[in-house]
Design a protein around this ligand. Structure first.
Ligand code: SF4
Ligand SMILES: [Zn+2]
Ligand SMILES: [Zn+2]
Length: 175
């Protein structure tokens, strides 16, 4: 009954509800026995817990070295306790991604980096492609939400003109 001793957990729980680990303290220690795989069972209970994140945060903050907290084993908590890369960086975005977290700052920064990279590739296409435009350039312009340029449109038209069967959909779209 881990939660019973922690007032902040009780405050976060909807009135009259209990956490899935209520009465199953035996499953939430590293020496738990009785079930085939007590760790997996405890993790499955935590997965349905409404205060899972608060529980994991609490255990990490307190450096709890024993038992399952918030669905995490001691080794998993130790991993998460390592300093996190700052939000807004590529490493920050990856670290959220690996944990299944959602962070607006990192998502926006990631989208901006992806856009910068596409803009650079487009500039490269315009500079180096034969006749100053290419099918790749056309696709990048569409992805970036930019007006397509006459040279990239011409390159695309040329590309599909050489491939009459694969150009069917293109001709339909262009009609
Ligand atoms: S996350 Fe798991 S250990 Fe924590 S309160 Fe919920 S059921 Fe109990
Ligand atoms: Zn972030
Ligand atoms: Zn172009």
């Amino acid at each position: 009954m881990i939660y019973a001793a922690i007032p902040e957990f009780l405050a976060a729980l909807p009135a009259g509800t209990r956490t899935p680990c209520h009465g199953r303290g035996d499953l939430f220690t590293t020496t738990a026995t009785g079930d085939d795989d007590p760790t997996a069972y405890a993790k499955a209970l935590c997965a349905a817990c409404p205060i899972r994140q608060a529980c994991a945060d609490h255990a990490i903050r307190r450096g709890e070295s024993d038992g399952i907290w918030g669905g995490l084993t001691p080794a998993e908590r130790a991993k998460r306790a390592r300093p996190r890369p700052p939000c807004g960086t590529d490493a920050g975005w990856r670290s959220h991604f690996l944990r299944g977290e959602s962070c607006l700052t990192c998502r926006e920064a990631h989208a901006e980096r992806a856009r910068d990279q596409r803009l650079k590739r487009l500039a490269h296409e315009h500079e180096h492609a034969e006749r100053g435009g290419s099918l790749t350039g056309y696709r990048l312009e569409r992805l970036l939400g930019l007006p397509t340029c006459v040279r990239c449109r011409a390159a695309r038209q040329e590309y599909y003109a050489d491939r009459p069967s694969s150009g069917k959909w293109y001709r339909r779209a262009a009609a």
